[in-house]
Design a protein around this ligand. Sequence first.
Ligand SMILES: *Cc1c(COP(=O)(O)O)cnc(C)c1O
Length: 388
Amino acid sequence: MDKRLPQTGLDIATLLAEPYQATGGIASAVPPIVQTSLFTFDDYAAFEARMSGQTDSPIYTRVQNPTVSAFEDMMARAEGAEEGIGFASGMAAISGTLLSLLTPGDRMVCITHVYSDTFRLIETHLKPCGIEVSYHDPSEFETDPDLLKGARLAYLESPGSMMMRTLDLARVAEHARRHGALTVIDNTWATPVLQNPIAHGIDVSLHSASKYIGGHSDTVAGVVCTSAEIAARIRVHALTLFGGKLAPFEAFLLTRGLRTLSARMAQHQRAADLFVDRLASRPEVRAIHAPGQGSCLKGRSGLMSIEFDDAVDIPRFADALRLFRLGVSWGGFESLVLPASVGLAQAADPNPMRHFGVPDRMVRLSLGLEAPEDLWADFCAALDAAHS
Ligand SMILES: *Cc1c(COP(=O)(O)O)cnc(C)c1O
């Protein structure tokens, strides 16, 4: 029962309606957690056939596990990709992908305002390993057809971290293909519900599944969606050799998260649309960074940044919030606020927010699943309390 879905107009709830096909004629509603490190063989012939590549059943959970495969298959179908690869974290997915696809001497062209730990990975590991990296504004990717000349790989985020700048993915994919460069996007913000990069010609769409895909702030995980050919290269390096595998229990939680992803994204979007409609009426709000339906995006997620004018005491605003909690990360059920001034003060070096210049009057909001009117009332009450 292989119901392939169209690559666009995705309905993840429909996609996941079919029962998991267990062995022995049992169709369980959800995939079981196959909590085992290894898989044994009935006899010598079966063992040898598997080891020599004539069969493809799981051997060892570092490389292959049925619960992890169930999640990988769901993600591949959601992204319209040939394959998905689960990872222990978003950073394991990002480092595993980049270290598998790049070799010393290669040139990588990266978007500015890239996720903080991706920036640190580039600066502290990729560059010292002999990979040349330059950072460019989204507009340069779109307007300079020769930006990727001689590059091995373009690393993208759209919307980008903190500043939420977006890219015309089809245009960038076209420039990249002309120069033979691979394109990789971190699609965490949009999820497959709001953006399908592979349909726009991007080679690799990866996620921190710790955010919307898990959706309940209880799991750290990552996933890479791509062609069978690229997936084979990433698997052999990143899983077999670097070992950043996804655990069966986490994979189970992610299959659970995916089942409600469309419904949760619709609720996040309702809150985000309400905030964007009303934020303009607050005189303290100097700028709103909340991309919505556009060239590639089908709508808004719950993550946005806003800039306050000098009349707002940002620590007092943060402390006056009651529904929004203070914290990093996002994409869960709960609403969060991250003031840029806290990120700018972060001790970890190098600091991408200082490097790329994030305004210190900015706060990032992650709108959760609470009633949007309650969130707006909380936001307004905190703002009223924060006038210096
Ligand atoms: C959180 C995040 C990551 C890192 O993912 P982890 O699961 O925390 O390792 C990467 N990219 C983006 C955009 C993120 O928000």
